[in-house]
Structures are given as structure tokens and as C-alpha cells.
Design a protein around this ligand. Structure first.
Ligand SMILES: [Zn+2]
Length: 84
């Protein structure tokens, strides 16, 4: 086996407040030990609480080659992981 290197770009995913539409939801550093665990957040602008199953902001990695450089790239664009 040999190493296979794929360039990925990092995307920060924020959750915009449902109440004011201006602030971002930020974790309160508390965890609800439910199954699955949940994470209370508060709006950075209006302080509205909301609980998620994920933490925001979070980082998602996506393949760096978003634009089709050859005709095979466009057909693989929708799949986040290679089929192997
Ligand atoms: Zn808000």
C-alpha cells in the first residue's frame, strides 16, 4: 500500500439564530447527557437558547476540487466520499 493524499478545504459551519437572524448560536459549554448527547447553545446577539445534537460552529472538510477539471470530476461531485 502507498499513501494517498487528497487536498481538502475546511469549511466553518455556523448556525444563524432563528429568532433574530443576526447572531450565531454559540455553545454554553454544557452537555445534556441524553442519548444521543445534546449541546445547549445561546445566540451571540439576543441570547435565545437552542439545543442541538451537534456543536456549532463546526468544521467540515470537503474535497478541494469543487470545479470540474475533467469530465469524470463532475459525476463524482455529489459524492462526499469515494465509493470504496
Ligand atoms: Zn438571536
Amino acid at each position: 500500500m502507498s499513501e494517498h493524499v487528497t487536498e481538502m478545504t475546511a469549511h466553518r459551519v455556523n448556525y444563524v439564530c432563528d429568532s433574530c437572524g443576526e447572531g450565531f448560536m454559540r455553545p454554553t459549554n454544557a452537555v445534556l447527557m441524553s442519548d444521543p448527547p445534546q449541546y445547549p447553545h445561546r445566540c451571540s446577539s439576543c441570547d435565545t437558547p437552542k439545543t442541538f445534537r451537534v456543536l456549532y460552529p463546526r468544521i467540515e472538510y470537503r474535497p478541494a476540487k469543487c470545479e470540474a477539471t475533467n469530465d469524470q470530476a463532475s459525476s463524482q461531485e455529489a459524492k462526499p466520499y469515494p465509493p470504496r
